[in-house]
Write a protein that binds this ligand. Sequence first.
Ligand SMILES: C=C(O[C@@H]1C=C(C(=O)O)C=C[C@H]1O)C(=O)O
Length: 279
Amino acid sequence: MTYRAGWIHFTNVAPILDSLELPPDVTAMTGVPTQMNAALLSGQVDIANISAVEFIRHADSLEALPDFSVSVLGPVYSVNLFHTRPLAELGRIALTAQSAMSVALLEVLLRERGLSPALERAEGEAEELLASGYDGVLRIGDSALREWYRVVGPLTPERTMTTLPDSGRGITVTDLAEAWFRLTGHPFTFAVWAYRKDRPPPTALVQAMRVARRHGIGHLADVAGRHAARLGLPERVVQHYLWNFRYHLEAPDRLGLQEFAAKSVPDHAPLCFGQRPGE
Ligand SMILES: C=C(O[C@@H]1C=C(C(=O)O)C=C[C@H]1O)C(=O)O
């Protein structure tokens, strides 16, 4: 029987997915996070890298691969709140319907600060939405990375990825993963590879994913070069962006995930992970 995978194929998973060779009898489709979340929950696919908050919400029926994640410790560069006034003064924030994780993270961060601005769905470029009357805009993924760089770039010999300012063009960029790090001291896990407990992936698929990840991380400059050209960004921006991710769901990432679960879905079922290789 065919096993069906669903991939959120943003640039941040390129080091895992770009060189993945699917075993026979495994098919793959792609989409944005909310599409893949829905595809997994409806049974349209059997495994997907989904928004970690959906894994938490459906922890009774889902399990996650024990050694795959999209996590960061500190800034992520592509999950951004663009705003024109201080956080405490924001009245209306535009959210993207592509993302479940960033919305849940924003809600936690606002609640921690005792803030309750109006949250509305609106698609489009952050700068245009800010000009149209929103005072905050939440964006994710490749377009958020590009917009971040347009606002705070360019890199120069004096301005590196870690010393760029957090504002430009009259806009401040709050990186939600960095805000999470300041709040908790933990990494933030955006995605896990989840499947229904009764439909675990074939071993050959998980092994092929491990081989692909090892290859991608070992050839990060090539991966970055290819995607920089596609995104219209300098290669060193994309290389730093990719290098910065934690792809192995290690103990610190799990701690961050558990802490986020406790804050966002306090009554969640215990989180289940498959066995790590060698365990
Ligand atoms: C860091 C990112 O992570 C992605 C963001 C997701 C979300 O917001 O729901 C889901 C999966 C992640 O791979 C990003 O795309 O910028």
